[in-house]
Ligand binder design. Sequence first.
Ligand code: PXG
Length: 460
Amino acid sequence: MSTQALRNSTAVWRAADSRHHFHPFTDFKGLAEEGGSRIITRAEGVWLEDSEGNRILDGMSGLWCVNVGYGRERLAKAAYDQMAALPYYNTFFKTATPPSIELSEKLAALTPEGLTRVFYASSGSEANDTIARMVRRYWKLAGRPERRNIISRTNSYHGSTMAAASLGGMQPMHALDDLPLPGFHHVRQPYWFAEGGDMDPADFGIAAARAVEDKILELGPETVAAFIGEPIQGAGGVVIPPETYWPEVQRICREHDILLIADEVICGFGRTGHWFGSDLFDIKPDMMTLAKGITSGYLPLSAVMVGDRVAETLWSMGGEFAHGFTYSGHPVACAVALENIAIMEEEKLVERVHDDTGPYLQALLQDLAEHPLVGEVRGIGFIGAVELVSDKPSRSRFSPRGRAGTLCRDHCFANGVVSRAVGDAMVLAPPLTLTRAEADELVRRLRLALDLTAADLNIR
Ligand code: PXG
């Protein structure tokens, strides 16, 4: 298409988008007033292309999900073949399909020991709703129906359905419609950079973990069903807890006999250079949430991994578990997930991020710590954050909060790289296929955006 034709079709799409399409987490009117959406039309490897022909390096893997990169013929072929053979059949009434069975077996082998059963849904939100129902069912069957309370953290993200948003600790989401639902409780997050003050990070990690115990004691241990956490908080700004945090949380959960749930929607499938965030932190969860990277985002699929303790009770005493979705175990999504995992294994993507490209990218990012705008760089594998500050020693943010981040995000986009701003933390989660040369390019563009942001803010 000619440049003029591209411009015309872009204008037509933008107008129709503004008229008819409500986007998630968006100020609808504000978006229209700013000129409407950027329209992404194609992608290959780590590169997006928009409707005006611009090439943009996707430093976010879409929304933390396109782990094997774009343009994988094998995944398109797996979907095509499965659609041709059997595009849909359900798993409700004593039926199953080969991909749903084979994927269950594969996930049981891949995830940490003891997680042996799988319940499918289509999104991380649905999977976390399923978990909320499953843990309460478990405790009822175990003769402890009063164990209904579920504890999570402020600024955690577990999804957008009513139960998942209640599990999450995002204040604007709660404010939308008077959440959390009864029985969902929140404690402080292990975000040392923002909340650690003068404390040593290790001490802060223990203090944040003890907040879980304080809440358990406040509610009464006999009323608490579960604790849920992302091994590393993603949407909250890539919050990597101090090393002391997870061991102490595990000790507390064990001591009070509380189920421990790892939400691996972002950390899972290689993001940290380990198959799961639980492997990185040596977490032994009773249940796990999987989504996003399970299919590299090529099709919607999520899974709840259920550990032996809960599984055996549901199995032996449960009778009917009255919960499920039309698309639970969708054969095409499961076939794509199997092929996606095969690609990750054959190309040794997790090992590559762990041994080679992950440390390489993190070293490049660490060089940005010297930049006058940057208060901290943190990360592991292919997940990271760059904190923008007005004063380095005191870790003070610019006011109003989020302004510097928004400026920087816009400069990133304008210079052909996607990094998401969480407040004033610039976060990164590129496809696991990113090469060293592409990592150089990503960080070069990010540095340029930082320079332009500093100029806007009169920082030198
Ligand atoms: N758990 C975690 C840890 C997530 O990150 C969900 C659950 C919910 O998954 P679904 O598939 O229902 O969206 C998520 C999703 C962002 C952003 O802007 C992050 C997510 C979703 C949308 C935007 O960082 N994470």
